[in-house]
Design a protein around this ligand. Sequence first.
Ligand SMILES: [Zn+2]
Length: 475
Amino acid sequence: MNALSAAPVSKVAKRPRNRRSAWLLATAMLAVLPSLILPATARAQGLAGIPIVRDTEIEEALHKQCEPMWRAAGLDPAQMKVVLVGDKDINAFTAGGTTIYVNTGTIQAAANPNQLLGVLAHETGHITGGHVARDTGNRPAMATYLLTMGLGILAAIAGAPDAAAGLIYSSDYFATLTYFGYSRIQEASADQAAATSLEKAGISGKGLVDFFDTFRYQEVMSESRKYRFFIDHPLFSERIDALRGRVQKSKYYNDVDSPEALAQHAIIVAKLKAFMNAPQQTFIDYKETDTSLPARYARAIAYYRALDTDHALKLEDALLADYPNNPYLWELKGQTLFESAKVKEAEVAHRRAVELKPEAPLLQMLLGQAILAEEDKTKVDDAIGHLRLAVGLEKDNSLSWRLLAEAYDMKGDAGQARLAVAEQDFYLGQMKDARNFAMRARELLPKTSPEWRRATDIILASAPSASELQAMARQ
Ligand SMILES: [Zn+2]
């Protein structure tokens, strides 16, 4: 038995007493994980994290918007994923597979939902075209570490400016992105594929052309001043003209976004601005005289981020009086309460969010976390139930695994606790730690149980050495 496997899990997944500081600490650690915890060799190879931010409401809205376009492109929406990258630069990219990464900056730069959908359709065109981005540098760079970061969690680290800056402006991340680029032929082909799928879905392709036109002046800029998107997806006049010629022929060309789509876009933009800009900026952008839903929402978030709990709760309660069945408003209230150490009330709010939207893994996770923070042993099974639902819906959610480890530790189930830490490390790409915890879990779990087999799988997937394999065989 080595020192690590002998250590109690609580050493790894411990909750300090002061909840607010615990939360800040935990999230700050998560935020800088890719740059801090990656082994030196991995970093030398250019492996770097991408600052992923999570928000159920925005993820779901973007997914829904894309579904008809994806179907028209012959893709199964259930397999597709839009992942938000917390970055003010304009960019969208794919890394092979069925995931489209889109910068929050792109969403804010899109003048309307149709423009954003156009960009996402273009990326979809790279997927269906099987385009491999040109390898202009060190290729293993695309390993992504899906940090389980809620936008609210991102906000929580506002108190730790260095961590936040590291998260949003990680130089590793920019270095990663410089490795990508498509050829002119691939760009034109992705444009055409976008035009085809949008037309098939009965959607105008005008937004994509308008988006390109808006940034056309970028063509005359030097490479270093260009937005990322236009370095990797070079804009050139023939390209824009060819695309315009194509989409203008569509009978949907002059269609405009529905009032519902515009309202949804306004909420997404308000939420992103409020979570990612300084609260003072949000109060300027969304003045008190503006009583629209996006403005009220943005101001509530700004107060929450400014740690002005009383004002935040007042605005949230007023919003909930008007929209009692909005799970995301309950989520925001739950987060506000949780971070002001009102964990019992946070549980109530998060439970309401989960009742309204049970299939959302992040909402299940936040409820599990709130219950766990009450440190009430009679409630630990309930917390485990919700965290299990979270990882059942999203198995690579490392923060849910960390919380599960805490829950099993509280329950005194050492084998499950170690397996949960192994899962967390596994999905963070920390294979050595994953292997060590899985080895220890295997010793403690009933032989041939599904959990025991899972621990074995993690060890085998972690590239163990010959001696480690022998040790496993002896167990
Ligand atoms: Zn492209």
